[in-house]
Design a protein. Structure first.
Length: 280
C-alpha cells in the first residue's frame, strides 16, 4: 500500500509533457565555428531571487580559442557554463553563438556540438568502449574510439587493464583521474565544436594531473581544433590557455594572458600566489 502512494507520484511525473524548449525546433546552422559572445548577461537562479550569480558579463570568445575561467568558489564560473549549455536562460542580456542568439538555436543540435566534462564524471557499469561511445550520435568506428582515447591520454592505461577496451568499468577499478580521462575521451569522440572541461577541484593523482594538462595541449594542437573552455583550478592548466578570464562576485574582474595578469598584480596575481603558498 505504501508503494501505491509513491508510484502514483511517479506516474504523474511520467505523464508530464516534455518542456517547450525541446519541442520547439530552432535554427540549425550549417556549421558551428565556435564564436561565443556574452552580451551584458546577468542572471540569478530562480531559487535565489534577485541575488545575481552573474552580473553584466561581456565576453567574446573567438573560434578555436582556449580559455581558462578562474576565480574563487561562488564567483560564477559554473553559472557561465550552465547558461552556455542553455540549462538556464539569462535574466538580462543575451548569449550569441556565431552571432546568432542562443535562444533561437535548436537546443538538441547545439548540445550535440558541445562536449562537456563535469568535475565528477559519471561512468556506467559497462565496458570501456560503451562508456566512451555513450551518447555519441555521429557514426563512429573502433578506430575513432581509440583516437579519442589517445587524445584523452587514456589509451595506455586502458590497454593495461585485464580486458583492455572490453574491461567492465567498476568503481574500484579506476582512479578519479582515470575516470575523468574516459569522460574526456567520451566528449572528444563527439568531435564537438566547443569543448568545456570543469577541472576537478579534488586532488588528482600526479599522473592524471599531468595528463589533464597534456589533454588541453593536445586539444589545442589538434588540426580539427575547437573552442575550449576550462574552468581551471590548477596553475599548470591555466598557463596552457590562450586567455584567462578572472571571475569575482559574478563579474569579469580581469582578462588576459598569464604574464600580463601577473604583472597587473591584481586578483589573478593574488589567486596564483595563494596557490603557490598552498604548495610551499
Ligand atoms: N542551483 C543553484 N541555485 C541557487 N544558487 C546557485 C545555484 N548554483 C549556484 N548558485 C549560486 O550562484 C553563485 C555562483 O555560483 P557558481 O556555482 O557559478 O560559482 P563557481 O565559481 O562555479 O563556484 P565553484 O568553484 O565552487 O564551483 C553562488 O553564489 C552560488 O551560491
Amino acid at each position: 500500500m505504501q508503494s501505491t502512494g509513491a508510484s502514483e507520484k511517479v506516474f504523474q511525473m511520467m505523464d508530464l509533457s516534455p518542456t517547450k524548449q525541446s519541442l520547439v525546433e530552432g535554427l540549425k546552422l550549417p556549421k558551428l565555428m565556435g564564436q561565443i559572445e556574452f552580451a551584458n548577461v546577468s542572471f540569478y537562479y530562480p531559487s535565489r531571487n534577485m541575488v545575481h550569480a552573474i552580473r553584466e558579463v561581456n565576453l567574446l570568445l573567438h573560434p578555436k580559442e582556449v580559455v581558462a575561467i578562474v576565480g574563487l568558489s561562488g564567483s560564477g564560473k559554473s553559472t557561465l557554463v550552465n547558461l552556455l549549455l542553455r540549462l538556464y536562460e539569462p535574466t538580462d542580456g543575451q548569449i550569441l553563438m556565431d552571432g546568432f542568439p542562443l535562444r533561437d538555436l535548436d537546443v538538441k543540435w547545439l548540445r550535440e556540438r558541445i562536449g562537456f566534462v563535469g568535475q565528477e564524471p559519471r561512468l556506467f557499469r559497462k565496458d570501456i568502449v560503451s562508456n566512451i561511445t555513450y551518447g555519441c550520435t555521429r557514426k563512429i568506428t573502433h578506430d575513432d574510439v581509440i583516437w579519442a582515447a589517445k587524445q584523452a591520454f587514456a589509451h595506455d592505461f586502458i590497454l593495461s587493464l585485464p580486458n583492455g577496451y572490453n574491461t567492465l568499468v567498476d568503481n574500484a577499478l579506476l582512479s578519479g583521474g582515470q575516470k575523468q580521462r574516459i569522460a574526456i575521451a567520451r566528449a572528444i569522440l563527439k568531435d564537438p565544436d566547443i569543448l568545456i572541461l570543469d577541472e576537478a577541484t579534488s586532488a588528482l593523482d600526479a599522473e592524471s594531473e599531468h595528463y589533464v594538462k597534456e589533454v588541453i595541449h593536445a586539444v589545442q594542437d589538434d588540426v580539427k581544433s575547437r573552442t575550449v573552455i576550462v574552468i581551471a583550478h590548477r596553475l599548470s592548466t591555466i598557463r596552457g590557455a590562450d586567455r584567462i578570464i578572472v571571475m569575482d562576485g559574478g563579474r569579469v574582474a580581469e582578462m588576459g594572458g598569464h604574464s600580463d595578469l601577473i604583472h597587473k598584480d591584481g586578483l589573478y596575481a593574488r589567486l596564483i600566489k595563494r596557490q603557490m603558498d598552498a604548495f610551499a
